[in-house]
Design a protein around this ligand. Structure first.
Ligand code: ADP
Ligand code: ZN
Length: 301
């Protein structure tokens, strides 16, 4: 089965052809310019390749309600040229096949759930800590949408007692993204994260904020696994600090082995590495195909 996958990001679009086993046969990267230019390249990449379905993980916010008129659009993005652009419609016009559409992070979560760090489980939480912070949630085998879709990067977190930084989020200043994203680290310390030594105090503060998010997540969503990706999480020393701090903040309240004994296997980096999103797109395409064939979509492919 030949499937298409698109990881639509604010700086680049990754397009790939693969199959229902998550194998990738070919891929190409296009810069995110205007929708007209970028989507032209995307459409010609997939033309005449014989794909049976397509899965898209997109930057957002996006409209995911099939009943809404703007279903398939990128909505209030600060990227002006893409505001209200209907990416799903454009692809549907060009390809008469099932097309799945979801947030970049929900799709990365789906990739890890299907073939990666949450394989064999029924739920997982995937968070990326990069230019922004975003999270995708799989619960009972399905990606969570609800009202809009999760926007976990903007949860309000208590300030670290030693942190005087005001935060960079244009909406909330000191939300999680405002305090712990890559740009927040750069502004707070005057250096990019990859230029700071691994024993810098920056990473204790960073781990504290992410641990607070872990605690909120564990208490509110109860995922069976948490996967942390994105550029900032390339600082691998963060993982142990986050696990320790999360356990400390939970203070023995959640008495399940994943948290009390196996934190090393509970909060983990993406097993699919940088391919979580593009593999997730293949899984989404396969699900969309099954959905159109009238089969259950909550079962694993
Ligand atoms: P994006 O979020 O734009 O898709 P990334 O996930 O790579 O892309 O995140 C980019 C952010 O991560 C930047 O702010 C960058 O400074 C930061 N970053 C990238 N690599 C590292 C690293 N090795 N250590 C710390 N921060 C990093
Ligand atoms: Zn915010």
């Amino acid at each position: 089965m030949k499937l298409g996958s698109i990881e639509a990001g604010g700086t680049k679009f990754v397009c790939a052809i693969g199959n229902e086993k998550g194998e990738i046969f070919e891929s190409e990267v296009f810069p995110t310019c205007s929708p007209e230019i970028t989507m032209e390249s995307v459409v010609s990449f997939f033309k005449n390749k014989g794909i049976e379905a397509l899965g898209i993980g997109s930057f957002g916010p996006i409209s995911l309600n099939p009943k809404s008129e703007d279903y398939g659009s990128i909505t209030t993005t600060p990227k002006i040229l893409w505001q209200n652009y209907n990416i799903l419609k454009k692809l549907k016009e060009n390809f008469d096949i099932p097309v799945g559409f979801d947030t970049d992070v929900n799709v990365a979560a789906l990739g890890e759930y299907t073939w990666g760090g949450a394989k064999g489980l029924n739920s997982c939480f995937y968070m990326t800590v990069g230019t922004g912070i975003g999270a995708g949630i799989i619960a009972e085998g399905n990606m969570i949408h609800g009202l809009l879709h999760p926007e976990a990067g903007h949860i309000i977190v208590p300030k670290h007692p030693d942190d005087t930084f005001e935060g960079v989020c244009p909406f909330h200043k000191n939300c999680l993204e405002g305090l712990a994203s890559g740009p927040a680290i750069e502004k707070r310390w005057g250096k990019k994260g990859n230029e700071l030594p691994s024993d810098h105090v920056a990473w204790d503060i960073e781990a504290y904020y992410i641990a607070v998010a872990m605690v909120q997540t564990i208490l509110m969503v109860s995922p069976e696994r948490i996967i942390l990706g994105g550029g900032v999480m390339k600082q691998s020393q963060l993982f142990q600090k986050i696990r320790n701090k999360t356990a400390k903040l939970l203070n023995g309240y959640i008495k399940v082995p994943a948290v009390t004994l196996n934190m090393d296997e509970y909060i983990i980096p993406p097993v699919l590495g940088d391919n979580a999103g593009i593999c997730g797109g293949l899984a989404l395409a396969a699900r969309e195909l099954k959905k159109q064939e009238g089969k259950s979509v909550s079962v694993k492919i």
